[in-house]
Design a protein around this ligand. Structure first.
Ligand SMILES: C[S@@+](CC[C@H](N)C(=O)[O-])C[C@H]1O[C@@H](n2cnc3c(N)ncnc32)[C@H](O)[C@@H]1O
Length: 338
């Protein structure tokens, strides 16, 4: 007679099966990776370790360089010091006692050099531009009053004229003001070995005269006079026999008679800036030039003096004796070609 298993025995057997299954699974050996994979994983771990070490080193270096940075207080002190130095530079070269600044920016000098090359053909005009700048600054620091006009225009004229190799050092300037530009041109031409001789025409009327504008005391406070011009020419190193002053207007018969005793290698037209004034001056000076002589037309293309460009362009259309060489800043350069 088969006995019926008790419920207790059935439950014990079932539990026994579950227990043995769990024990078997727990004791089953884990699937081990192949030795080749183990080596690769080890290499990856080594690489990661090296990267972490390098990152630590870089962090340490960064920390050291951060420590070496000046503190905010030190930076403020340095900024204040630079400010003080700039104020001094501004007093020397800024617009305070002049009409415009004499601080030449690098990009302005580069643009000037490009223009000088276009007009003169000089391949390396940088030295000429730098020398012209030093001449202008030196003369204004030493001299009385100022050179007329913006810095790039002044430097452009002083750099360009010598590079055009005028046929002689005889210079005629119409419109002299304080004589400092004339002294600068003398120096720049002398640098090329020329022996400049200046004929300088101006009414020396105490103030700057300009048709269509009000004559007021110059911002420098200095009178436009023969005395000041002579002093500046001497301060600029122009010998007493290196210049003559002709007092009067370029249209005066007496002035024209005195000036016509010679031919000129360079003529600077910088007197009456009106259309009529420039037209009259150009007609007159064209025949005073030596062959190959150079005319400088100051303020050509300057919107404040439209008559300069209008009269020059009209003159070039109607007469063949002068050829336009080009423009540097706001001055045009012409050459006598017949
Ligand atoms: C722009 S300033 C000359 C600046 C000078 N060339 C320089 O670069 O410093 C013009 C001068 O020309 C003078 N002027 C005006 N009309 C003139 C004329 N017809 N003949 C000669 N000078 C004249 C003015 O009185 C003034 O002194």
């Amino acid at each position: 007679m088969t006995s019926v298993p008790s419920a207790q025995r059935v439950a014990r057997r079932h539990l026994g099966r579950l227990y043995r299954g769990a024990l078997r699974r727990a004791l089953a050996p884990a699937a081990l990776p192949a030795p080749r994979d183990l080596r690769r994983q080890q290499q990856e771990v080594d690489g990661l370790r090296r990267e972490v070490q390098a990152a630590h080193r870089r962090l340490a270096e960064l920390g050291a360089s951060l420590d070496a940075l000046p503190s905010p207080e030190q930076l403020q002190a340095t900024a204040a010091d630079v400010e003080r130095r700039l104020e001094a530079l501004d007093l020397l070269l800024g617009a305070d006692s002049n009409r415009s600044t004499r601080l030449l920016r690098h990009h302005q000098a580069l643009a000037l050099a490009r223009e000088v090359t276009a007009v003169t053909g000089a391949e390396k005009p940088w030295g000429a531009v730098a020398a012209a700048y030093r001449t202008a600054v030196d003369l204004e620091l030493h001299g009385i009053a100022r050179i007329a006009g913006g810095l790039t225009n002044v430097v452009g004229k002083l750099a360009t004229v010598p590079l055009l190799r005028p046929p002689s050092g005889e210079v005629l300037e119409i419109g002299v003001l304080y004589g400092l530009f004339a002294a600068g041109l003398h120096r720049q031409l002398a640098r090329t070995g020329a022996v400049p001789s200046l004929t300088l025409v101006d009414p020396f009327a105490g103030v700057q005269l300009q048709p269509g504008t009000e004559s007021a005391t110059d911002p420098t406070g200095s009178p436009v006079s023969e005395t000041v011009a002579r002093r500046n020419l001497a301060l600029g190193g122009v010998p007493a026999d290196g210049f003559r002053l002709v007092t009067g207007y370029s249209g005066d018969a007496a002035v024209r008679a005195q000036v016509a005793d010679r031919r000129y290698g360079v003529v600077v037209v910088d007197g009456d800036h009106s259309f009529e004034g420039v037209r009259a001056d150009l007609l007159w000076v064209q025949d005073l030039l030596e062959p190959g002589g150079v005319v400088v037309l100051d303020d050509y293309g300057d919107p404040r003096w439209p008559g300069v460009q209008q009269a020059t362009d009209e003159h070039l259309r109607e007469h063949t004796g002068l050829r336009m060489l080009g423009r540097v800043s706001t001055s045009a350069f012409l050459r006598r070609v017949d």
